[in-house]
Design a protein around this ligand. Structure first.
Ligand SMILES: Cc1cc2nc3c(=O)[nH]c(=O)nc-3n(C[C@H](O)[C@H](O)[C@H](O)COP(=O)(O)OP(=O)(O)OC[C@H]3O[C@@H](n4cnc5c(N)ncnc54)[C@H](O)[C@@H]3O)c2cc1C
Length: 444
């Protein structure tokens, strides 16, 4: 039994999840020693802000850090080690390459908060004109490189590809290559078709096209259809969890490829936790293990793990993969499952897609939103909502709160969303979608 005041916690990774864990532990157990090792020069950084740095909305990458390292050291008493990579994990200690020197640090509780890394295409994709957007340290390099280059190709049209393409296409000639039939492959066509039309007005969008190789240091791209000459290639083809250290240490990896955790965020090894993009969680709609690499769940997983480590029992219920993005003036969002995903999970999915005003007609009849609602025809439970147009965030916020509570179609209809002419129509778009859906399902 370790004396209460002598507990040593080691956190590997100083992103959102790692710093949330460390902060929570120090709040509950100010006397414990908490060491965070971060291999880059930044902690509590927000990669989510990279597209806004590229577009000029954010001026410097230091603004992308929620707090600077001194805040964590001085105000929270956390021992933060920057430029310090954990290279080995053993029972009771870690080996750290701390600015070129190898050092051992002992632990009684260990937290993996190693995040995710951007996928690369293949071995031939390395080259000085190819960049994978992942850490905030990539951001100034992309900005600098983009300044001098004329033709930019973005590979991948997930939310990251869309946001980068939006930022760069305002000044440069941008081509987006996507192997699927639609941009934002996690969405259903009714939503992504609207985005597709807008993207075609702003850039060169190539769909159903698979990149075979990137040659000549990123100056030439070969796809299964064409060859492109380019000056800069940006890879935005998805992320994968960073789990090597955990795997080597013998921690169980789940089917999703991320670290398996229970609801307390504890791994298969007692006293060892995993949080954020490297960890699995539960998908609240399907009830199954899922990998949801997004910032809001990452912070909460950290809060939950920190509480449990410090002796305050708490469970993380999971997440809905709620997300928002935008392309020029179009906002796009999703919470829960698309119809395709619902069918894939074996639900008897039924859906409606509606178009609605987002304000009282006499204020503006121009601002429209398209909403797709998917439900389980057998139970009436809503499984997911997607939206595109104006004021999408409001719709996705409302929908995700209801989905979290496992709401049914009638709950969406009777939810008491307020009416105020400059801000909302009297029939909220979610209410209209629910009304159409329960009519279609023969409920009323
Ligand atoms: C460009 C971009 C845009 C995004 N936009 C959004 C968005 O709009 N909304 C949203 O919800 N999410 C978004 N995300 C995802 C979001 O950034 C992540 O979900 C979030 O950062 C996860 O936090 P984390 O702490 O788990 O991982 P990370 O932020 O990746 O932090 C992990 C940290 O661990 C460090 N590390 C790894 N291995 C070691 C080691 N061996 N030793 C020491 N340190 C190590 C890494 O350097 C890193 O700093 C975006 C991501 C990117 C890349």
């Amino acid at each position: 039994m370790i004396p209460e005041e002598d507990v040593r916690v080691v956190v590997i990774g100083g992103g959102a999840a790692g710093m949330a864990t460390a902060s929570r532990i120090k709040r509950l157990k100010p006397d414990w020693s908490v060491d965070v090792f971060e291999k880059t020069s930044y902690v509590s950084h927000a990669p989510c802000g990279i597209p806004f740095y590229l577009s000029g909305i954010v001026n410097s990458i230091s603004e992308l850090c929620a707090y600077d390292v001194n805040f964590f050291k001085t105000n929270r008493g956390i021992n933060v080690h920057l430029n310090s990579e954990v290279i080995e994990v053993e029972d009771g200690y870690v080996v750290v390459n701390e600015r070129g020197k190898l050092k051992n640090y002992e632990w009684d509780r260990l937290v993996f908060a190693t995040g995710a890394r951007g996928k690369t295409l293949n071995d031939r994709s390395g080259g000085k004109n190819i960049i994978c957007v992942h850490t905030i340290e990539d951001a100034p390099r992309i900005k600098e490189m983009a300044k001098e280059r004329k033709r930019i190709v973005v590979i991948g049209s997930g939310y990251l590809g869309i946001e980068i393409a939006d930022a760069l296409s305002r000044q440069k000639s941008v081509t987006v290559i996507e192997q699927g039939a639609h941009p934002l492959p996690e969405y259903d066509e009714e939503i992504s078709d609207i985005l597709l039309g807008r993207m075609r007005e702003k850039l060169d969008l190539r769909l159903n096209e698979k990149v075979i190789s990137i040659e000549e240091d990123g100056r030439r791209i070969l796809t299964d259809k064409e060859e492109y000459k380019t000056d800069l290639v940006i890879l935005a083809i998805g992320v994968e969890p960073e789990v090597e250290l955990a795997e080597k240490f013998g921690v169980e990896i789940g089917k999703t490829g991320a670290i398996k955790t229970n609801k307390k965020m504890e791994t298969s090894k007692k006293g060892v936790y995993a949080v954020g993009d490297c960890a699995e969680t539960t998908n609240i709609v399907t009830g199954e293990h899922d990998w949801i690499p997004l910032a809001a769940p990452a912070n909460k997983m950290g809060y939950v793990a920190g509480s449990n480590i410090a002796g305050v029992e708490m469970e993380f219920p999971g997440a809905l993969k709620s997300q928002l993005t935008s392309f020029y003036e179009l906002e796009i969002g999703k919470t829960g499952l698309s119809e395709l995903e619902a069918n894939r999970h074996g639900f008897n999915a039924v859906s409606v897609t509606i178009s609605s005003n987002t304000k009282a007609r006499y204020i503006s009849s121009k601002e429209k939103i398209t909403v797709k609602m998917v439900a389980d025809a057998d139970t009436g439970r809503v499984l997911g909502v997607q939206a595109i147009g104006s004021d999408v965030s409001k719709t996705i916020y409302g929908a995700s709160a209801l989905l979290y509570k496992r709401a049914h179609v009638e709950d969406f209809f009777f939810a008491d969303f307020p009416f105020y002419p400059p801000k909302s129509p009297v029939w909220d778009p979610l209410v209209v979608a629910a009304r159409n859906l329960f009519r279609k399902m023969g409920i009323s």
